[in-house]
Design a protein around this ligand. Structure first.
Ligand code: NAD
Length: 356
C-alpha cells in the first residue's frame, strides 16, 4: 500500500476505530494513529481494541489546531471525527456542531496540507435536502415504505438516491456542515494540489457503534432487545415503516482499500456508498430480526409525531461507486445484525453503561 502512516480523526469512534484496526489487520507495517477527544459516550471503551491492534492513540480535539502539531508526519488522513447526529443543533445553538463538523474538518484539511497528505472524508447521505427527500414518491406495504420507480426529480429511482439528486434546500445542521466540508475539501484539491476523495455514506453500522436514540439506531435496537428495555416507533404515524439501507463497516473498509488502489480517483470526487435496496430494513422489520436473533421481545410503542429532520425512506443508488471501483456491499442485514448482537453479548457487562 502506498500509505505508511494513516491518521484517523475520531479514531476511537465507531467508524474510526473499526477502520483503524482493519488497516492494522490487513496491512503489515502500516502505522495508524487515532486522534479523538472521546466526546462520544462509549468511545473510551474502544481504546482497548486500538491498543490490542497496535493503533497509537492521541487524545486530541479537531477544533484545536495545536493538537495536530505534535503528531508524527502522516500521508493519509481519514476524517471520522464528528457530531454525527442529524438532531444536533436543532434545539438551542448549533455552534457546537458547526465548530466540530466544519471548523474541525478545515483544521484536518490544513493539517493534511502541511503534511502533504491525502484526505478521505466520510460524508453523509444527509447532504441531500430534507423536503425533496420527504416528497419522494413511495408506497406503503405491510411492513415498510418502498420507493416508486417513477419519480419527478432527477437522481432518484426505485434503486435509491444518486449523486445527481438536487442539493437545493435545508438539510439539518449536521448535513450542511458535512456538505460545506465536502466543498472545502474540493477547494484544497483544486487550489493546493491535495489528493482527496469523498464517500457519502448512508447508514453505517457494525460492532463498536455506541447507538443512541438520535444516532446509531441499529445497535440501539439490538441492545434494547438484549438489555430488555423499551423502544418507540417515532414519526410517520408511529407505524415503524420508515426504511434505511445499511452498510457494514467492513464493506466500507473493502471499498476504501479499492479506492486506495486507484490513486487517479483522488481528485475530489463524490461517491454515494450504502447498502442499497437489497440491504435495507424498516424499523418494523428490524424488530422482527431482533426478536429472532436475541430470542427476546420488548415493548415498542408508537409515537406518531415526526421530527423536523426525519425522513421516511432513504436508499443509496450505488451505481457510480460500483462502476468506478468494482465494489458491492457484501454483508446482508441478518449477518450484520448477528455481528452486532455477538459483540454486545460478548461485552454485556462493559457495555451496560452505554446501553443498559
Ligand atoms: N454512523 C453512520 O451511520 C454514518 C453515516 C454516514 C456518515 N457518517 C460519518 O462517519 C464519521 C464517523 O461517524 P461514527 O458513526 O463513527 O460516529 P462516532 O460518534 O461513533 O465517532 C465519532 C468520533 O469523533 C469523536 N469526536 C467528536 N468530536 C471530536 C472532536 N472535536 N475532536 C476529536 N474527536 C471528536 C467522538 O468522540 C467519536 O469517537 C462521521 O464523520 C459521520 O458523519 C456516519
Amino acid at each position: 500500500m502506498q500509505f505508511r502512516h494513516i491518521l484517523i480523526t475520531g479514531g476511537a469512534g465507531f467508524a474510526g476505530s473499526s477502520l483503524a484496526t482493519l488497516f492494522k489487520e490487513h496491512f503489515e507495517g502500516v502505522k495508524v494513529t487515532a486522534l479523538d477527544s472521546l466526546m462520544r459516550r462509549g468511545s473510551e471503551l474502544n481504546l482497548a481494541y486500538l491498543r490490542e491492534y497496535g493503533v497509537d492513540f492521541v487524545h486530541g480535539d479537531v477544533r484545536c489546531r495545536d493538537d495536530f502539531q505534535t503528531l508524527e508526519k502522516f500521508d493519509l488522513l481519514i476524517d471520522c471525527s464528528a457530531e454525527p447526529s442529524v438532531h444536533a443543533g436543532t434545539s438551542g445553538s448549533p455552534r457546537k456542531v458547526i465548530d466540530i463538523n466544519l471548523s474541525g474538518t478545515v483544521n484536518c484539511l490544513e493539517a493534511a496540507r502541511e503534511n502533504g497528505a491525502a484526505v478521505l472524508f466520510l460524508s453523509t447521505s444527509r447532504v441531500y435536502p430534507i423536503e425533496p427527500i420527504r416528497n419522494l414518491k413511495y408506497t406503503e406495504t405491510k411492513t415498510r415504505f418502498e420507493l416508486d420507480a417513477k419519480q419527478s426529480l432527477p437522481g432518484v429511482s426505485a434503486k435509491g438516491v444518486s449523486e445527481d439528486f438536487p442539493l437545493d434546500g435545508a438539510r439539518s445542521f449536521y448535513g450542511s456542515t458535512k456538505l460545506a466540508s465536502e466543498y472545502f475539501l474540493q477547494e484544497y484539491v483544486y487550489n493546493c494540489g491535495m489528493r482527496g476523495l469523498i464517500n457519502r455514506c448512508g447508514l453505517l453500522t457494525g460492532p463498536r457503534q455506541m447507538g443512541r436514540v438520535d444516532q446509531g439506531v441499529i445497535t440501539l435496537w439490538l441492545a434494547r432487545h438484549i438489555y430488555q428495555k423499551p423502544l418507540k416507533y417515532i414519526g410517520f404515524g408511529g407505524t415503524g415503516k420508515q426504511v434505511r439501507d445499511l452498510l457494514h463497516i467492513r464493506d466500507l473498509f473493502d471499498l476504501i482499500v479499492k479506492q486506495i488502489a486507484q490513486p487517479d480517483c483522488w481528485n475530489g470526487g463524490v461517491f454515494n456508498a450504502g447498502g442499497g435496496r437489497e440491504v435495507s430494513v424498516s424499523l418494523q422489520e428490524l424488530t422482527a430480526f431482533c426478536q429472532t436473533i436475541t430470542g427476546k421481545k420488548i415493548s415498542v410503542t408508537p409515537q406518531p409525531e415526526t421530527a423536523a429532520v426525519d425522513i421516511p425512506i432513504y436508499l443509496t443508488d450505488n451505481t457510480r461507486v460500483e462502476k468506478q471501483f468494482d465494489w458491492k456491499p457484501r454483508t446482508g442485514v441478518e449477518e450484520t445484525l448477528g455481528d452486532i448482537a455477538n459483540w454486545i453479548e460478548e461485552n454485556k457487562a462493559g457495555l451496560e453503561s452505554v446501553f443498559g
